[in-house]
Write a protein that binds this ligand. Structure first.
Ligand code: FEO
Length: 171
């Protein structure tokens, strides 16, 4: 049976992962509204990936005898000034998620909860990839800040991202 403190912390993380998905869908809608379909597609995939993170936490908590409790999800922003601002906010958000995951891991160590510590390792690795991929987009956007043709190419490149459902996450 999972420790109550850890159960509460995982439920808070589930809420945060749902908010992440909500925010990325909002960013996708923003990009759709300014006709940047590649950026929108990239964000839609980001939003779908966050839902798979929800599912990982959900399954883990349930398997450990915990109870998943959903709480209110705050509304995300709806508008940004530039594509660069959207991706900078994405990076800031992911850095915050990394801090949260590290906090969960610290709690697992404090509680001597080895199963949760082991489970969280997937997320620790995932955050490295998440931050790296967003940072790559930011670098491209910065290089093309005063080049409208560059934005067209970046949008095309981002449209190549494909959603791959993780084999170990089932419905
Ligand atoms: Fe669920 Fe983007 O971290």
């Amino acid at each position: 049976m999972i420790n109550k403190k850890m159960e509460k912390a995982i439920n808070e993380q589930i809420n945060w992962e749902l908010y992440s998905s909500y925010m990325y869908f909002s960013m996708a809608a923003h990009f759709d509204s300014i006709n940047l379909k590649g950026c929108s597609g990239w964000m839609r995939i980001q939003a779908m990936e966050e839902l798979t993170h929800v599912k990982r936490f959900y399954d883990f908590l349930t398997a450990r005898g915990g109870r998943v409790i959903f709480s209110e999800i705050k509304a995300p922003p709806v508008k940004w000034k530039t594509p660069l601002e959207v991706f900078e906010e994405t990076l800031k958000h992911e850095q915050h998620v990394t801090t949260r995951i590290n906090g969960l891991y610290d709690l697992a160590v404090e509680l001597k909860d080895h199963a949760t510590g082991s489970f969280l390792k997937w997320f620790i690795d995932e955050q490295v990839e998440e931050e790296e991929s967003v940072d790559g987009v930011i670098q491209s956007l910065k290089l093309n800040e005063n080049n409208p043709g560059g934005m067209f190419i970046i949008d095309k490149e981002l449209s190549q991202r494909a959603f791959v459902a993780p084999a170990d996450v089932t419905i």
